[in-house]
Design a protein around this ligand. Structure first.
Ligand code: HEM
Length: 338
């Protein structure tokens, strides 16, 4: 079981492609997806030190159209979250392709190679080229990514385990494209900005609990389970923009073993905890896209089973599940895509 390269060091460059797949192109797209690990090796090998990586995510509707398999437990179309003031919109997306590297040219070349293979089958509905900005700052000027989990904690945060054995080793990814109102942001003081985020701006230290507002970004995104354990996600946000269009943005990308954790954070941000205390970052940032994807293992991408995974597991483990047609019932043990 080889997981896709979800956990990577923070990259210098990224390309985010969200695609829709044309009706009737499902089988062709499935074949291209199987080749993406190989395409990544081919482009990445030209500069191994730059660590080119790809993660492919599959949306719920494409899943149903493409794979004759039950949906992964957490996969569903992203549902809009409407707060009193701000909305986390849901926008179309059958595939997410997340490319990262130490150099922009590697991401660009791989995006070009993948899209030439998908030509006629899939359409780009959103394309963002992200760049690292100074000390991993977002365009609001704050260091972004500090509190990401590390090591085993990061693996646990993003990797599906025994709770959904058929898809163990996979992950989920939620993306949102935010545009910032930098004029409004720059009009408030640095101290006020720090109260919006919940950390200091220059040296990136978390504000003490007694001064950190309950509607700060950090406070609302600190979430726990019923037993008081921290619930983590792994974020690889990237700034992007266009000075000519006065477009300044953050591409939010969050990976998790359970998308409910990211959705809980979003409810805290957009509705508030308690309701009404929405995240003040939203007064300066508008979400213009939002989609959820399942991230299968490399083995699944390269060779997806064509029969329901649960049925495969049952016939492999339980003699009682053998068919009564006199056959050995092993035909479906290792089904292959046609
Ligand atoms: C923390 C920026 C959207 C989840 C942070 C921090 C910054 C930041 C500057 C503090 C440093 C750090 O620990 O990374 C942004 C910007 C966003 C955005 C500019 C888009 C406008 C989101 C969204 C989510 C999220 C949509 C979740 C759905 C988190 C989490 C933390 C965090 C979990 C760490 C909280 C902690 O444990 O201290 N973000 N963020 N962020 N953000 Fe965001």
């Amino acid at each position: 079981m080889v997981t896709q390269q979800v956990l990577r060091p923070q990259a210098q460059a990224a390309v985010f492609l969200v695609l829709t797949v044309r009706e009737g192109s499902e089988a062709a797209v499935r074949e291209v997806l199987a080749d993406i690990p190989g395409l990544t090796r081919a482009v990445g090998f030209r500069s191994p030190v730059d660590g080119l990586s790809t993660v492919v995510g599959i949306g719920a509707e494409l899943w149903d159209r493409t794979y004759d398999l039950p949906r992964p437990a957490g996969l569903h179309p992203f549902e809009e979250i409407a707060g009193h003031r701000h909305r986390a919109v849901s926008t179309p997306g059958d595939l997410l392709i997340h490319l990262r590297a130490g150099r922009a040219d590697l991401c660009f070349e791989l995006a070009r190679q993948i899209m030439s293979r998908l030509s006629g089958h899939a359409d780009v509905v959103d394309e963002v080229h992200g760049f690292a900005y100074f000390e991993r700052r977002d365009l609001l000027g704050f260091v972004d990514g500090t509190e990401n989990p590390e090591g085993d904690d990061a693996v646990d945060a993003v990797t599906i385990g025994d709770e959904d054995p058929a898809y163990a080793g996979g992950s989920y990814v939620l993306v949102q494209k935010y545009l910032h109102d930098l004029a409004a942001w720059d009009a408030i003081s640095v101290e006020e900005q720090e109260r919006v985020i919940g950390r200091t701006k220059l040296d990136d230290i978390e504000l003490a609990d007694d001064v950190k507002p309950v509607n700060s970004h950090v406070a609302l995104n600190t979430v726990e389970d019923d037993d008081g354990n921290d619930l983590d996600i792994v974020r690889h946000n990237m700034p992007f923009g266009s000075v000519g269009d006065a477009e300044f943005g953050t591409y939010f990308i969050g990976y998790a073993a359970d998308p409910a954790v990211i959705e809980l954070m979003l409810r805290n941000m957009f509705i508030g905890r308690p309701p009404g205390t929405y995240d003040r970052i939203l007064d300066f940032s508008t979400a213009i896209t939002g989609s959820l994807f399942f991230v299968p293992t490399v083995a699944f991408l390269e060779d997806p089973p064509s029969a329901p995974v649960a049925a495969v597991t049952a016939s492999a483990e339980s003699p009682a599940a053998a068919p009564d047609d006199g056959s050995l019932g092993i035909g479906s043990l290792h089904p292959r895509a046609t």
